[in-house]
Design a protein around this ligand. Structure first.
Ligand code: DGL
Length: 292
């Protein structure tokens, strides 16, 4: 495996950008290919069979673009489809649930944890299991917040509508948890509103940073880190890595629909819009391969 290959990241839409940002910060030498399945978002209200099918199509699309590792930057796909994704591609696959659950269990003083996520993630029980694995005595309260995804995709993160929705969703968790897991990668985009609503003393856990650490460990272990130096030009490339900006032209972004809206939300959230952004279709790859 060539360590110079990019890392593939995928989500149902803009949510995976929160993981992209964390990966970029942790691993500035790496190149990334991002896929947001904006034509089929939301995933969190869909059935297991549908989420699995979409997840495999996304993973195969990125694998066909030559990535060395895949990051499932979506809790719903990580909760429902990780084993299926792993059997459908030949590269290592990292999900976001385990790193997020471990970070939350470490951060919580009283072991009163809340998890907000999509309906599918909550129903799967994946967070509860992952938290209990490392903190068996922890109390875990879960709440599905499906409208948060639509608000984020719409670019309505800092609006009164978002505040009203957050107040309704979080009312049963207020005062009952000391740590709250943002168990959907879209939710960190609403971080400010969620923090105001749940209270300043509650620790918010975004699995992006924890996932970036897990990816770094895996790259080290498998000797897959992209080295930005070589014996002749080491200094120059290192300088370039340090100066790298989010969304610069080393990183390639694909969406399955509404590229303009994606670019708008990305710019607001990351500070710059992707310089390489393309609309593609990811479905039907198997049919194409079998008929060619
Ligand atoms: N961002 C995704 C997650 O982490 C999916 C949201 C959705 O498509 O419903 O669960």
């Amino acid at each position: 495996m060539n360590s110079n290959l990019p890392i593939g990241i995928f989500d149902s839409g803009v949510g995976g950008l929160t993981v992209y940002r964390a990966l970029h910060e942790q691993l500035p030498d790496e190149k990334f290919i991002y896929l947001g399945d904006t034509a089929r978002v939301p995933y969190g209200t869909k059935s297991l069979a549908t989420v699995e099918r979409y997840a495999v199509e996304n993973a195969r699309f990125l694998a066909a673009h030559g990535v060395k590792l895949l990051v499932v930057a979506c809790n719903t796909m990580s909760a429902l489809a990780l084993p299926t994704i792993r059997t459908s591609v030949a590269v290592p696959v990292v999900g976001v649930i385990e790193p997020g659950a471990q970070a939350a269990a470490r951060a919580s003083k009283e072991q009163h944890l809340g998890v907000i996520a999509t309906e599918a993630t909550v129903q799967s029980g994946a967070y509860r299991r992952a938290i209990k694995e490392v903190a068996p005595q922890a109390e875990v309260l879960e709440r599905a917040c499906p409208l948060f995804v639509a608000l984020t995709e719409e670019g309505w993160a800092e609006t009164d509508v978002a505040r009203t929705v957050a107040t309704e969703y979080l009312k049963d968790l207020r005062g009952r948890v000391d740590t709250l897991v943002l168990g959907c990668t879209h939710y960190p985009i609403l971080r400010r509103v969620i923090q105001e609503t749940i209270g300043a003393d509650v620790r918010l856990i975004d699995s992006g940073a924890a996932t970036a650490c897990a990816v770094e460990e895996l790259l080290e272990r498998e000797n897959l880190r992209r080295r930005s130096f070589d014996t002749h030009t080491g200094q120059l490339l290192k300088e370039r890595a340090r100066a790298r900006r989010l969304c610069d032209d080393l990183d390639h972004f694909y969406v399955t629909d509404a590229a303009e809206r994606f670019a708008r939300v990305a710019e607001r959230f990351l500070g710059s819009a992707p310089s390489r952004l393309e609309a593609v279709e990811v479905w039907g790859q198997d049919e194409l391969q079998s008929t060619s």
